[in-house]
Design a protein around this ligand. Structure first.
Ligand code: HEC
Length: 147
């Protein structure tokens, strides 16, 4: 816990560039401000999560999404994530899970993939995985998953 608090302080002190796709400020374990202006569209976010070409979320995560028989079990089930985590906490986890769990297999979505180093799957290399607007749509959807 002490370690986490320390890491939070350190992160809060330094606004970080988002790997060329934009900049954002990490406060503790969250990004409080939306990455782009305007409200995210939860319906589009839901569609993106189930998009097995682009986001690949359901390769690892299960949740209240269509085609549950195809969902992976490598990651926490996202059912109720909107009750467990705040909007800002969800935003940071989708933007850059590696800040919180350096060895995670979850891609840092708000980056050009090759900047992530060796751990990135070739399918993502050289491409920004999701745009700020994509991530806001996903965050808008995940915050609705309260139960
Ligand atoms: C390659 C596997 C993988 C993919 C793809 C993936 N994740 Fe994750 N995700 C994880 C793992 C593993 C964790 C748990 C953190 C850890 O310890 O590594 C996680 C954690 C999370 C969390 C925090 C959950 C909690 O209850 O604490 C959220 C939110 C999340 N992912 C959302 C997403 C979204 C949205 C996508 C798609 C845009 C996605 N993930 C794609 C593996 C993945």
């Amino acid at each position: 816990m002490a370690y986490l608090a320390l890491m939070g302080l350190q992160l809060a002190a330094s606004p970080v560039a988002g790997g060329g796709t934009g900049s954002y400020v990490v406060t503790g374990d969250a990004i409080m401000a939306p990455l782009v202006g305007g409200k995210g569209d939860p319906a589009r976010g839901a569609a993106l999560i189930s998009d097995r070409q682009r986001s690949l979320c359901t390769l690892c995560h299960s949740g209240p999404f269509p085609d549950s028989h195809l969902h992976g079990t490598l990651a926490p089930d996202l059912t109720g994530v909107g009750a467990r985590l705040s909007e800002g906490q969800i935003r940071l986890r989708v933007v850059d899970m590696k800040r919180l769990a350096p060895n995670t297999i979850m891609p840092s979505y708000y980056r050009v993939a090759e900047e992530q180093g060796r751990r990135v799957a070739t399918v993502w290399r050289g491409k920004p995985i999701l745009t700020g607007a994509d991530i806001e749509d996903i965050v808008a959807y995940l915050t609705t998953l309260k139960g």
